[in-house]
Design a protein around this ligand. Structure first.
Ligand code: NAD
Length: 504
């Protein structure tokens, strides 16, 4: 365990060392650049100590990063896709080679647990491999023949794009967005979240070590309201791929309106897990517990509302409460740890305030409900609210912590009504042994993704994304390419049709 911490601290120390005053700067035009802007602190959530400082990009630095991406866009988008495939597969190889370092940095920087981050680093490599192998077919289109014309479509990379990511599982999420952009032929300016910027620096370094030409992939640091805002307003940026809060998505849409940015948003969620009395209840308990308490509850697809059929509600909820009380909370670098700290004192305060909201709305706290004692880190006890109603704030608002709200329902109609009664529509989980019911409920849920008798298992060719306040657009498979590329239709006349002769 000590060696993982040492590995992470050495990597972070090295990254801090490349900039002025020992702070994390930027990486653009193929090199690390000392940041000249204001510095902000990056904390270790498990101790509260300062891991380092990072620099908010100045106007000149932001402009230089975007210009780097714009200058090489033509060359990169015309590079043979087989070469793009080769380089991006090499990125995947190097991620695998440095997976322990990436995971250790991620644990220290974001407070996520080793048991999940060690896999997340490898999934980052898979993301690169998946899109690398599809680079040669990214431009493929359709043949749409009509009586008088042969129409065919092709796709071209849209241009330099901005990728803006949040602090939960930052490395994996970044690869998911950046790999398809690069495979499609776009150049990228990435702005990671200010609370966890280090693993993004590892990614851009690895990409260059793999042979990615200078300027194709750039990473700048900074705050959302300054660097993030200016990036989304920059006229040379053609599209913004954003993962984060719903309110930030709205702000980005406004910021990008003047320059007509294409946007792809993956936003918040308040996802229901619906458990019918006829389900395999042992498995459903496993899945419900996993989907809310893993990743410290800081997961967009977490099942944060537990809807349970009234006849089994008490027994089911007591089983979940027992598990929640038994979860191993502690050092994220310990492979045994199941729940780590929340990312930041500000987020900790937000999660904590829902305890008072729950009490004053009349819900009960069946497990947890308080900070973990005797620690300087931002640890919060895995919490279960019971006796809740769908109208309560704890059933409506995204808490984004290890906090689950349990609500009983009567029948299928009631379950669907309660599940859909939120502003969000990202994911839903249905537990039943009745296939017909599984189909009916899946159909009726207002969400982008449904898992039946399963926790969230990602299959890369499938579409990922939400509806309502949970997002715009889909990731995965060809959906990612569709966002990062423009479609062109070419119509070739067969020479069979008459053209009207005006003015003849
Ligand atoms: P956030 O919106 O606060 O920040 C995300 C990123 O946006 C950060 O890099 C931040 O600096 C930047 N940003 C903030 N204001 C900006 C602005 N005005 N212009 C441009 N950029 C700006 O989100 P967060 O707190 O970092 O992440 C948690 C949220 O992310 C949760 O709501 C969660 O549900 C969501 N999320 C969604 C998905 C999904 O796939 N739907 C996945 C992961 C996280």
């Amino acid at each position: 365990m000590a060696s993982k911490r040492t590995l992470a601290l050495e990597a972070i120390g090295r990254m801090n060392g490349v900039s002025h005053g020992g702070a994390l700067g930027h990486f653009f035009g193929g090199t690390a650049v000392a940041g000249q802007g204001d510095l902000f602190e990056v904390l270790d959530p498990s101790t509260g100590s300062v891991l380092g400082k990072a620099a908010d990009a100045t106007d000149a630095e932001l402009d230089a990063a975007v210009t780097s991406a714009a200058d090489v866009f033509g060359d990169w988008s015309r590079t043979a896709p087989q070469i793009r495939r080769q380089i991006l597969n090499k990125v995947a190889d190097l991620i695998v080679a440095r997976a322990d370092e990436i995971a250790a940095v991620e644990c220290l920087d974001s407070g996520q647990c080793w048991r999940f981050m060690s896999k997340a680093a490898l999934r980052g490599a898979e993301n690169f491999r998946f899109f690398a192998d599809r680079a040669p077919s990214a431009a493929d289109g359709l043949a749409l023949p009509s009586a008088d014309h042969v129409n065919y479509t092709t796709r071209k990379a849209i241009g330099p794009v901005a990728v803006i990511t949040p602090w939960n599982t930052p490395f994996m999420l970044s690869t998911w967005k950046i790999a398809p952009a690069l495979a499609a032929g776009c150049t990228v300016v990435h702005k990671p979240a200010e609370w966890s910027p280090y693993s993004a620096r590892l990614l851009v370094e690895i990409a260059h070590e793999a042979g990615l030409p200078a300027g194709v992939f750039n990473a700048i640091n900074g705050l959302g309201e300054t660097t993030g805002k200016r990036l989304t307003e920059h006229p040379a940026i053609k599209a913004v791929a954003f993962v984060g809060e719903t309110s930030t998505g709205s702000a980005i849409m406004r910021q990008g309106a003047q320059t007509l940015k294409r946007v792809h948003f993956e936003l918040g969620g308040k996802n229901p897990v619906i458990v019918f009395a006829d389900a395999d209840l042992e498995l459903a308990v496993d899945a419900a517990v996993f989907m809310i308490y893993s990743l410290n509850g800081q997961r967009c697809t977490s099942s944060s509302r537990l809807l349970v059929q009234r006849s089994i509600y008490d027994t089911f909820v007591e089983k979940v409460a027992a598990r929640a009380r038994n979860l191993k909370v502690g050092d994220p670098l310990d492979p045994e740890t199941e729940v780590g700290p929340l990312i930041h004192p500000r987020h900790f305060a937000k999660v904590q305030c829902y305890m008072d909201i729950a009490r004053s709305d009349g819900a009960q706290i069946a497990a947890g409900g308080a900070p973990v004692a005797d620690t300087t880190g931002f640890f919060f006890q895995p919490t279960l609210f019971t006796g809740a109603e769908q109208s309560m704030r704890i059933a409506q608002e995204e808490i984004f912590g290890p906090v689950l709200t349990a609500i009983p329902f009567d029948d299928e109609t009631d379950a669907i009504a309660k599940a859909n009664d939120v502003e969000y529509g990202l994911a839903g989980y249905v537990w039943t042994s009745d296939v017909g019911r599984a189909l009916r409920v899946s159909d009726a849920l207002d969400v982008g993704m449904v898992w039946v008798n399963s926790e969230n298992v990602r299959h890369l060719p499938t579409p990922f994304g939400g509806i309502k306040s949970s997002g715009i657009g889909r990731d995965g498979g060809d959906w990612s390419f569709d966002f990062y590329m423009e479609t062109k239709n070419v119509a070739l006349a067969r020479g069979t049709h008459k053209i009207q002769r005006l003015g003849a």
